[in-house]
Design a protein around this ligand. Structure first.
Ligand code: PCA
Length: 227
């Protein structure tokens, strides 16, 4: 039976690195139940090297997504970033939420060095441009958990779930996170503002942006499958 609408899964991440919130999950949890009549399934992923890909695989089995949009926080960035590449590497100074530090470790030793995102990033970018939401392509999602799930999702797509297309969207800090960090730095510096406040984006804008990129991916899927 042909489906009229794609199966859509959107993920955000738990807070990590001393933060109490993660704007990615806050935004995902505020999405409408349906976008372009496609029901939106959502999940919060753990910031844990060893649990996250099992979790993603179980979600892929449960929902069989055609569209998998992964989102996460990129503190310090000033725009929504459409991540175009996932690399086969775990490399971070900071620990995960289990206290584990991984460096020089491939995600899948037998996997290719990198995968390219395969959702319609150009259409997604146009949708953000139209709404004048600051955005850009990024060619490095880092080598921490966000890159991990992007590479993992594309590898799952290449090996087990051929219908599943994935892309990672990095989102900036919320204004209140940036302000809190600036205050903490100020206290460390003995009461003086030592530098500019980190860039940020209001939650409503992030939610609108996530909704817009999903609408673009869903419209593209319908065009490819129904025309
Ligand atoms: N951002 C981290 C991991 C979890 C998140 O939200 C990253 O950019 O890798």
């Amino acid at each position: 039976m042909t489906k009229a609408f794609p199966s859509v899964l959107v993920t955000g991440f738990q807070p990590f690195g001393g933060q109490t919130v993660n704007p990615s999950w806050l935004a995902v949890s505020r999405l409408p139940e349906e976008i372009g009549h496609a029901p939106i399934h959502r999940a919060e992923l753990p910031v844990k090297w060893f649990a996250v890909l099992d979790c993603l695989e179980a979600l892929a089995e449960q929902y069989r997504p055609d569209i998998l949009l992964l989102t996460g926080q990129a503190g310090g960035r000033d725009a929504l970033c459409l991540e175009r590449v996932g690399i086969n590497l775990c490399e971070a100074k900071g620990a995960d939420n289990d206290g584990l530090v991984l460096q020089d470790t491939p995600i899948f030793p037998e996997g290719p060095a990198a995968y390219f995102s395969n959702l319609p990033y150009r259409k997604m970018k146009e949708a953000l441009d139209e709404l004048k939401i600051p955005n850009r392509y990024s060619f490095s999602a880092g080598a921490y958990l966000c890159n991990h799930v992007l590479y993992g999702a594309l590898h799952l797509g290449a090996t087990r779930f051929p219908e599943m297309k994935s892309l990672f969207l990095h989102v900036p800090y919320l204004p209140e996170q940036a302000e809190k960090l600036a205050k903490a730095q100020e206290e460390d510096a003995g009461g003086e503002r030592s530098g500019p406040v980190s860039p940020s984006m209001p939650l409503e804008t992030i939610v609108k942006g996530v909704e817009a990129v999903l609408a673009a991916a869903i419209a593209q899927w319908r065009e490819e499958h129904l025309l």
